[in-house]
Design a protein around this ligand. Structure first.
Ligand SMILES: Nc1nc2c(ncn2[C@@H]2O[C@H](COP(=O)(O)OP(=O)(O)OP(=O)(O)O)[C@@H](O)[C@H]2O)c(=O)[nH]1
Length: 211
């Protein structure tokens, strides 16, 4: 996948990129999105049903980006409601909770599920970013070394220890995701600096709150 380009209100060119948060229920996907986009944290969130998304405008290395963040339901019973939204993702944020070893061991299943439904032929060359969330908690069950080893064994994807609660590394993780996307596609750099661009229309959201 490569970024679409949209006109912003100032008529500068902005890359439209889609990232998707996957991981077990309760690891903090919605909280990470809310922290990053709205800078808020709620300790009593409901489980996500299906998918939701939010947009954020940002600048990364001088490039204007419209980042579309898709938050998915981690609970198994909502599987059929989330998988149709995997296609078209430019980056997948595989998320686990540092105080939940099972959510870490499930990363391989999330990667597999994403690759299947997003139709990614070569998952080890797709831009995954791994987030170990809730780094603020005391009873940690997953070591940084184990998480880093998993990332090395899975195409060398970047690893961030985040806290949606106190905002540790949240912006850095999303910005790294954008960097990976932009770096992957050398055509993006060409298009950004060329006036003869066939600008695509901004993608319409696919009824995200309906399911
Ligand atoms: N201490 C701490 N708690 C967190 C953090 N992030 C999320 N939580 C809490 O963990 C619980 C689950 O967070 P959610 O953001 O709903 O988790 P989710 O992954 O979106 O869950 P699903 O919607 O079921 O997939 C909530 O009570 C959050 O307040 C964090 O960084 N630190």
């Amino acid at each position: 996948m490569w970024p679409d380009f949209v006109h912003t209100s100032t008529m500068s060119k902005s890359a439209l990129v889609k990232v998707i948060l996957l991981g077990d229920g309760g690891v903090g996907k919605s909280s990470l999105m809310n922290r990053y986009v709205a800078n808020k944290f709620d300790s009593h969130l409901f489980h996500t049903i299906g998918v939701e998304f939010l947009n954020k405008e940002l600048e990364v290395d001088g490039q204007q980006v419209t980042l579309q963040i898709w938050d998915t339901a981690g609970q198994e019973r909502f599987r059929s409601l989330r998988t149709p939204f995997y296609r078209g993702s430019d980056c997948c944020l595989l998320t686990f909770s540092l105080d939940d070893g099972q959510s870490f061991r499930n990363l391989a299943n999330w990667k597999k599920e994403f690759a299947y439904y997003a139709d990614v032929k070569d998952p080890d060359n797709f831009p995954f970013v791994v987030l170990g969330n809730k780094v603020d908690v005391a009873d940690r069950q997953v070591s940084a070394e184990d998480a880093q080893r998993w990332c090395r064994d899975n195409g060398g994807c970047p690893y961030f220890e985040t806290s949606a609660k106190d905002a540790t590394n949240v912006a850095s993780a999303f910005e790294e995701a954008v960097r990976r996307i932009l770096a992957l596609d050398d055509r993006a750099d060409h298009l950004i600096h060329t006036d003869m661009v066939d600008l695509k229309k901004k993608k319409e959201p696919q009824s995200p709150s309906c399911c």
